[in-house]
Design a protein around this ligand. Structure first.
Ligand code: S3P
Length: 434
């Protein structure tokens, strides 16, 4: 429950090795755990969420070893997982709970998955409903909407499901459930969420066909699949976004984040910051494994408000909205955020918690069911304030960015929430502000 006090620094300069992408780190461990052979994962995110995934895979009998940010996974094969002897604890991690629920729904074993108070309050019907529709047996509190979830796994036959929300966790849960099944799975509807699962499974030799309107996965019929996949995890754009906003709003700043994942399903924040007037340059664009990466540099800019809305944009920046709200709070003019009702189902209700934090910073916002409207200070320093992370890692870091342009001290309670996705965040902030 650490409390951190911050004051606006004179300048921000640095080249920041942003930790590995959270979504890709989870997937690299889970998918390699059911592969036929060993894989080495470098630049793995050692945040609490991804460590929870490692612990769960070990409890399922998989040999996973870790030395710093290097992880070695000895795959157990698609039919080699062991029934866990105890409840699987996913901590704060929705990705762990949802991807593993999907994977285990298609495996012949019984498992119970749970997590911390925040995770146990988040909606799970979004995976339980579609998995049941494919014939899986899952249950939980409130008829399966709340963890702990009990999974009585079985071999599934595949089928068709039309996704009603653009959620990579739901999409991935279904694809993993189908992996050890007897027939193909076709997904239609809102398949336009981050596509790391499709890219990685393809690279492991799984037949996943992606069209603009459908994804079809054929379970492998030959036992050499999935192949193990060694990789270097690219930097997490959702973590880099804190530095991008920091550099854009601070009057004397230039920050570079090398080798960040620039998968188009993840770069909405860069698009919005550019539209707000941020000075952004991208160098060395290249492919690393199955993901595009590049070095992103952002420097002091004068930002103006924008509209952040639309079914094609919101899924591409959903995790960056708290820090984009800080950019908007310091910008000139109005910003409107719409179509982001998913924020209400994150680690906290991020519409309510962001609006409360903005109010403490002296920025009045109008929350709506699916977003908010606010008028920026126009480059006038934000108020000093005592803010709370509410245990939400992205709030703790968004408040830290606000502190870079505040007139008085900002204190952040429960600041160690950052360990979920960015354990070295406070250390890096100290270095770039020195
Ligand atoms: C994630 C998907 C997103 C995102 C989360 C990570 C993933 O959630 O917010 O932080 O790794 O699949 P949804 O699938 O609920 O949109």
């Amino acid at each position: 429950m650490a409390t951190i006090s911050l004051q606006a620094p004179q300048a921000l300069r640095g080249i920041i090795d942003v930790p590995g992408d959270k979504s890709i780190s989870h997937r690299a461990v889970i998918f390699n755990a059911v592969a036929e052979g060993s894989a080495q994962i470098d630049h793995f995110l050692t945040g609490a969420d991804c460590l929870a995934t490692i612990d769960c895979m070990r409890a399922l009998g998989v040999d996973v070893s870790r030395d710093g940010d290097r992880v070695r996974v000895v795959g157990a094969g698609l039919r080699g997982l062991r029934e866990p002897a105890a409840v699987l604890d996913c901590g704060n991690s929705g990705t762990t709970l949802r991807l593993l629920s999907g994977l285990l729904a298609g495996q012949p074993l019984f498992a119970i998955l749970t997590g911390d108070a925040s995770l146990r309050a988040r909606p799970q019907q979004r995976i339980v409903g579609p998995l049941r529709a494919l014939g899986a047996h899952l249950d939980g509190r409130r008829n399966g909407d709340l963890a702990p979830l009990a999974v009585r796994g079985r071999t599934l036959e595949g089928g068709h499901y039309a996704l009603p929300i653009a959620s990579a966790q739901v999409k991935s849960a279904l694809l993993l459930a189908a992996l050890a099944g007897t027939g193909p799975l076709k997904l239609t509807g809102r398949i336009d969420s981050r596509d790391h699962t499709e890219r990685m499974l393809s690279a492991m030799g799984i037949d996943v066909q992606v069209r603009s309107d459908a994804i079809t996965l054929h379970p492998p019929t030959h036992p050499v699949f999935p192949y193990p996949l060694s990789l270097r995890v690219p930097g997490d754009p959702s973590s880099a976004a804190f530095w991008w906003v920091a550099a854009a709003i601070h009057p004397d700043a230039e920050l570079t984040t090398p080798a960040v994942c620039l998968n188009p399903s993840r770069t909405g924040a860069l698009d919005v910051l550019r539209a707000m007037g941020a000075k952004i340059s991208i160098q060395n664009e290249r492919l690393e494994g199955s993901e595009p990466v590049g070095d992103v540099t952002v420097s002091s800019s004068t930002l103006h408000g924008v509209e952040i809305a639309g079914a094609d944009l919101i899924p591409r920046l959903i995790d960056e909205i708290p820090v984009l709200a800080i950019a908007a709070a310091y910008a000139h003019g109005d910003t409107v955020i719409r179509d982001a009702q998913e924020l209400r189902a994150k680690e906290t209700d991020r519409i309510a918690t962001v609006a409360a934090g903005l109010a403490a910073l002296g920025i009045h916002s109008e929350p709506t069911a699916d977003g908010m409207g606010l008028t920026g200070s126009g480059g006038v320093a934000l108020h000093g304030a005592a803010l709370h992370s509410h245990g939400d890692h992205r709030l703790a870091m968004a408040w830290a960015v606000a502190a870079l342009v505040a007139q008085d001290t900002i204190t952040i309670n429960d600041a160690d929430a950052v360990t979920v996705s960015y354990p070295t965040f406070w250390e890096t902030l100290r270095q770039i502000a020195a």
